[in-house]
Design a binder for this molecule. Structure first.
Ligand SMILES: Nc1ncnc2c1ncn2[C@@H]1O[C@H](COP(=O)(O)OP(=O)(O)OP(=O)(O)O)[C@@H](O)[C@H]1O
Ligand SMILES: [Mg+2]
Length: 405
């Protein structure tokens, strides 16, 4: 018996379809706006960072607490504010950076060292790309580097984590879009926004960037492959001011992802250790090979200083995940970070508040879970920091002293 496929007994009226979808979109946007308002209301005010105690500040600056106190007493540093009861209220990141300037301990690259342009890429959705991008960018800014996070995804997850409602607060002109569209533009500086993290800048995204994807694809296929170089050109136009640029791409192989690969000089590949994700990552590696070949053939070579797999959203309680994690470690060896990013309720809860774990003043779950999440995030981020510094000749001596090189 043959199944009739031509007769449809129920169908949305094609003429009304755009309205139906628009209504669903508007309803979702309303809910999203109130969810975001609720997340903002859970915070005491505008986005801010927890302050650092003097001992943490001392660690971050690379001097002792006593040296900081002495500099304050001698007036080389402004004295730290105190509460009515005389307790120090802690240091902001900006004050920590002022201390770094006073003590000469800024970790910036030498102007001749290459800016690190790191793509956190995997075509699979939901593997933790945006989570890793945001925490990496914030971690590096805390360490005193000058960082630019570029949200290349029209879903704008990273942008949201910086407190924006992407489709309400931001215009197309705040995103990468104009730079992709208008070839005569020579600088991306128009899109770089300061954030509440001293030293960390953001190029935000919103849904309009989706249109850029299509426009670029059409123009590239009409014989303008050099447009895949636009993002690299844009980054070159602002890179002097930064040590690290972090790229958070969309979960798909499109023209923006190709542009990201062309622009990057380092690659992090987050992979949860499950069979499905391992399969996706294997396909991603095959596509990456094709992508690199295609770009090379078009005179746009891809040059990567390092590639690091990172096991993300890992649950080592699950025997299957432990097994796949072991397999990945054997297979990838040094191409895989030793630290893993565990699946953590604290990360999930922070995201629900549109915050990073680094921004939480108090644990959302328990102190233990919070600290465990921090240990994992810091483990991953510290390893990446070393990979970045290894590409900077001006850091070679310091790395040798630290026993790393
Ligand atoms: N280690 C983790 N523990 C718990 N939740 C996590 C972890 N990593 C990511 N998540 C959650 O998983 C969801 C997807 O993460 P994220 O947005 O970072 O993935 P993505 O790869 O950027 O997704 P997309 O492909 O859609 O851009 C988010 O809700 C995030 O909070
Ligand atoms: Mg994402």
């Amino acid at each position: 018996m043959q199944i009739q496929t031509s007769k449809v007994i129920f169908m949305l009226n094609p003429a009304q379809l755009p309205d139906v979808v628009a209504e669903l979109y508007n309803k979702s946007l309303d809910v999203l706006t109130s969810l975001r308002e609720r997340a903002a209301a859970q915070r005491s005010g505008p986005k801010s960072l927890p302050r650092f105690s003097i001992s943490t500040a001392a660690d971050l600056v690379g001097r002792t607490s006593a040296a900081i106190r002495e500099a304050e007493k001698e007036g080389r540093l402004p004295s730290n504010e105190r509460t009515h009861s005389g307790r120090r209220i802690g240091y902001t990141l900006q004050q920590v950076n002022e201390m770094r300037a006073a003590f000469g301990t800024k970790p910036w690259r030498h102007p001749d060292d290459p800016v690190a342009v790191i793509a956190v890429q995997n075509f699979k959705g939901g593997v933790g790309k945006s989570t890793i991008s945001v925490h990496l960018a914030q971690h590096l800014a805390t360490k005193g580097y000058r960082v630019c996070l570029i949200d290349c995804d029209s879903q704008a997850s990273s942008t949201s984590l910086f407190g924006y409602v992407p489709d309400l607060d931001l215009e197309e002109s705040d995103t990468l879009y104009p730079f992709f569209r208008e070839e005569e533009m020579s600088s991306l500086a128009y899109a770089v926004k300061a954030t509440h993290w001293d030293g960390l800048y953001l190029i935000p995204s919103n849904l309009r960037l989706y249109a850029a994807e299509y426009e670029l694809a059409a123009r590239v296929s009409r014989g303008q492959p050099l447009l895949l170089d636009r993002l690299a050109q844009g980054i070159a136009s602002i890179s002097e001011a930064f040590d690290v640029v972090v790229l958070d791409p969309p979960p798909a192989l499109g023209t923006i992802s190709l542009s990201v690969m062309r622009a990057a000089n380092a690659l992090m590949i987050p992979t949860p250790p499950t069979v499905m994700d391992f399969a996706s990552t294997t396909s991603f590696l095959a596509m990456l090979y094709e992508t690199i070949s295609t770009l090379n053939e078009n005179g746009l070579p891809v040059a990567l200083n390092w590639i690091k797999m990172v096991a993300s959203r890992t649950d080592e309680q699950k025997s299957m995940q432990r097994e796949i994690l072991g397999l990945m470690r054997n297979l990838y060896g040094d191409s895989m970070l030793r630290s893993v990013l565990r699946d953590s309720a604290e990360i999930d809860n922070a995201t629900a508040r549109l915050m990073s774990v680094y921004e939480l003043e108090q644990p959302v779950t328990s102190r233990e879970t919070h600290n465990r999440a921090l240990t994992h995030l810091n483990g991953v981020n510290n390893e990446i920091e070393i990979e970045i510094r290894k590409t900077w000749p001006s850091h070679a001596e310091r790395l040798a002293k630290e026993g790393i090189l």
